[in-house]
Design a binder for this molecule. Structure first.
Ligand SMILES: Cc1ncc(COP(=O)(O)O)c(C=O)c1O
Length: 393
């Protein structure tokens, strides 16, 4: 089945995609023109009015950010908090949990570097334990063992990276959600690489917290992100360790009342241009339809992986039965840096990942570095064919 979208129009609205082959949406993607226009227009007006007066005029449009994010995640606007990055959202979620010595965080071998660092910080400060569930030989998370670990350790938190930064794996977020529901365990999903690329439905997943960033597959501005918090989180009065006057009202000298919505997880100060740019990016996705985007991406990547497998001296390293738009490889016919140089000379944009970014995964695969391609729905099959021809050179 083909996706119902107008690629020519999408490419016309994506300024940076015509003079290069842009395969770095997992790094920082190309924003649609509407995002740039909205932000530049706002900043120009802000220069004339100062920050506060203009923000007041834009109140309704700023609120639409929450509406658009809720539409994309399948929740209510009250469950959304704006953040300045995925890591900002993650830190807010983590510090809302009252960790004590002996508590367990259950995670995986494929969790994002900064998440692993925050678990280590909690370990050093509070004496928590980190347990990582194993993968099956094919790279999929071993869900049976995972459930057994939940039963035996009763973790305070299950923390999963939906799509790792350094491999094409897609973790079974919904199955994990079912296990967390069954045993009443808090569930934090890092959806930084999946939001905007695949359908990410918080009702189906059943997570308590979910973090996302603006600049990657969402195609929003840098310095923006989102946090989803469940009704349970709101009802149980969970709140980040440090909140400000956005998160609560100061109701008496020694008293406060928490905000009723996800805004409890925000700080008051933010870039309004950034918020509006992110709102525009989300509106753009919702206009195309995330199911269409997912379908296009799945078809594009199936073909790309199939053709890349035939390139002599190129080794794909993505494992697992569900693969994403992130594609990683090394080359055995020439040094990886030479392959990277060849791609750069031919105007192909991509990223490289190194062992320190994903120690556990790369140690298992015995890799020092990989080239990462991350195509998105503004890329065409012709561009990917050209990339393959360059690699075949
Ligand atoms: C899986 C994953 N989680 C979290 C992050 C952090 O996102 P941010 O830089 O917006 O904090 C990244 C960034 O690459 C990522 O790939």
């Amino acid at each position: 089945m083909a996706a119902d979208m107008d690629i020519d129009l999408i490419r016309k609205q994506t300024k940076g995609c015509t003079d290069k082959i842009f395969l770095n949406s997992a790094g920082s993607s190309l924003v649609p023109q509407s995002v740039t226009d909205k932000m530049v227009g706002y900043l120009q007006m802000e220069a004339l009015t100062g920050g506060y007066a203009l923000a007041n005029q834009y109140e309704t449009e700023i609120e639409d950010l929450y509406v658009q994010a809720a539409l994309l995640f399948n929740c209510a606007p009250k469950n959304i908090a704006y953040a300045t990055s995925a890591t900002d959202a993650y830190a807010k979620a983590i510090t809302a949990i009252n960790f004590k010595a002996g508590d367990v965080i259950l995670t995986t071998d494929d969790d994002y570097i900064s998440n692993q660092l925050s678990f280590l910080s909690l370990k050093n400060r509070f004496g928590i334990s980190i347990i990582r569930a194993d993968n099956l030989p094919n790279g999929d998370l071993d869900l049976d063992t995972f459930e057994k670990l939940v039963i035996s350790h009763q973790p305070k938190l299950v923390a999963i990276t939906h799509i790792p930064t350094n491999s094409g794996l897609i973790q079974p977020a919904e199955e994990i959600g079912r296990i967390c529901k069954k045993y009443d365990i808090l569930y934090l999903l890092d959806a930084c690489q999946s939001v905007g690329q695949r359908v990410v439905d918080v009702q189906r997943i059943g997570c308590d917290f979910m973090t996302a960033t603006g600049r990657k597959f969402v195609r929003g501005p840098r310095g923006t992100g989102l946090l989803y918090v469940s009704d349970k989180v709101l009802d149980e009065q969970m709140v980040p360790l440090i909140f400000d006057m956005q998160g609560a009202d100061w109701t008496g000298n020694d008293e406060y009342r928490l905000a009723k919505t996800g805004k409890r997880f925000e700080f008051w100060e933010s870039s309004i241009a950034g918020k509006l740019g992110l709102k525009e990016a989300l509106t753009y996705i919702n206009g195309i339809g995330i199911s269409n985007i997912e379908l296009y991406n799945v078809n594009l990547m199936q073909q790309f992986r199939k053709e890349l497998q035939k390139v002599p001296g190129l080794d794909l390293h993505d494992q697992g039965s569900h693969l994403s738009n992130i594609l990683t490889f090394t080359t055995s016919n020439r040094p990886l840096q030479d392959t990277a140089q060849l791609l750069r000379e031919n105007n192909v944009y991509f990223s490289m990942s190194f062992r320190d970014f994903a120690r556990i995964d790369f140690n298992k695969k015995d890799l020092d570095a990989i080239i990462r391609f991350s195509a998105h729905y503004f890329n065409t099959p012709e561009e990917l064919e050209k990339t393959i021809a360059i690699l075949n050179y």
